[in-house]
Design a protein around this ligand. Structure first.
Ligand SMILES: [Zn+2]
Length: 372
């Protein structure tokens, strides 16, 4: 056992989503600075099998009971999911909160925060406004999970964090937290798209097994069905009623390799969901030379997070379903290479993320060393 302060990073074990990968990337970078870094599994994930894909980040899983008073704890913005008795383990330790997402709503279709600030076009209402029963069920879920309904309450819960102990994955998160404290706070820390990992994937090898790569002559639009489900349902309806001009392909039940193949193959990646932070899929798409079209919601409202021409950012507050469909048709009527050319700034931004991340971790490490 070592008594040197170590850095303990809370992460979900066995989950292949953006958050856990970012936390692995931070762990790996800290190791390179010769710091003692350990990943602590989130409650309920300790018995899960670690994600094979993340082995390259040299994960080292530790135990909550190994934490010492002098240790530094890093928790992602999912902090509100931690049981209250964790306070016993985290008490008097230096805590950092990494704002990988700002989404304090129980409503995944439409962030409550945005709902009041940026009211949606009324023609979407039918698809988005919930029935009373759905709302009641969601509220119950919120109570069970001890999540707080309003943005303000959430920050009150976070108040035992020193304002400069915030790390921001997006400028969106930074602006919201800064606005709350009314002073400049924390450091930027944006995870990156691991291009090396893509290079290892041999494209074409599984084509025979893949049903998502079809040879029809239509333009192919990839989308994430887990986000903006009801908005997508409306668009799929319009497509069907206007002669099935486009082929929409859901990114669902696909291996990582198949997702990569699909994005390379597609003419567009469409994401009309809410962006609680800099989501990975649009960044992966552009890295694989698939142009993107996003809803201007959450982090996508910030040019510093998604440096896209406004043509590729749809303002759902002012655009009705039919017009959104027309925008998609318009974008697909020009060659893919032209769309890519127009998104060069975004592609460059994403390609520089790894270098930026290394620089940001360096700044973080020196700020820790200054304090200790
Ligand atoms: Zn097709």
């Amino acid at each position: 056992m070592t008594l040197h302060p170590k850095i303990a990073i809370f992460a979900s074990k066995g989950f292949r989503t953006g958050g856990p990968e970012a936390l692995h990337q931070l762990h790996y970078e800290l190791l390179k600075h010769n710091l003692v870094s350990t990943l602590i599994p989130y409650p309920g994930t300790s018995k899960k099998v670690p994600v094979q894909e993340y082995i390259s980040y040299e994960p080292l899983w530790g135990n909550l009971f190994d934490l010492f008073k002098a240790d530094i704890v890093i928790i992602s913005s999912d902090l509100t999911f931690l049981p209250y008795w964790y306070i016993l383990f985290l008490h008097r330790k230096t805590k950092y909160i990494w704002m990988l997402a700002v989404d304090y709503s129980s409503d995944s279709e439409w962030s409550r925060h945005e709902q009041t600030k940026f009211p949606i076009h009324e023609e979407w209402h039918e698809a988005l406004v919930e029935t009373r029963t759905v709302r009641l069920l969601k509220t119950l879920k919120v109570v069970v999970r001890m999540r707080f309904k309003s943005l303000k309450n959430n920050f009150r819960y976070h108040l035992n964090f020193s304002y400069d102990n915030y790390l921001f994955q997006s400028n969106y998160a930074r602006e919201i937290v800064t606005g709350f404290y009314n002073k400049k706070a924390g450091l930027m820390l944006t995870d990156y798209i691991n291009i090396e990992k893509f290079k290892k994937i041999k494209i074409g090898e599984q084509k025979t097994k893949n049903t998502h790569l079809c040879s029809c002559s239509k333009k192919h639009v990839a989308y994430n069905p887990a986000k903006s489900t009801k908005i997508m349902d409306r668009l799929l309806d319009i497509n069907q009623n206007t002669g099935n001009f486009l082929h929409f392909v859901a990114i669902k039940n696909l291996s990582k390799e198949q997702v990569v193949e699909l994005l390379i193959f597609s003419d567009l990646y469409l994401d009309l969901g809410f962006f609680p932070g800099k989501d990975r899929l649009p960044r992966e798409a552009i890295t694989l030379s698939c142009p993107v079209l996003l809803a201007k919601r959450g982090s996508a409202r910030y040019e510093t997070d998604f440096s896209l021409n406004k043509k590729y950012l749809i303002d759902l507050n002012q655009t009705n379903p039919k017009s959104v469909f027309e925008i998609i048709i318009n974008i697909l009527s020009i060659p893919k290479s032209d769309n890519l050319k127009a998104q060069k700034a975004f592609k460059t931004m994403v390609s520089l993320e790894k270098l930026n991340f290394q620089d940001e971790v360096r700044k973080f490490v020196s700020s820790i060393q200054r304090k200790n």
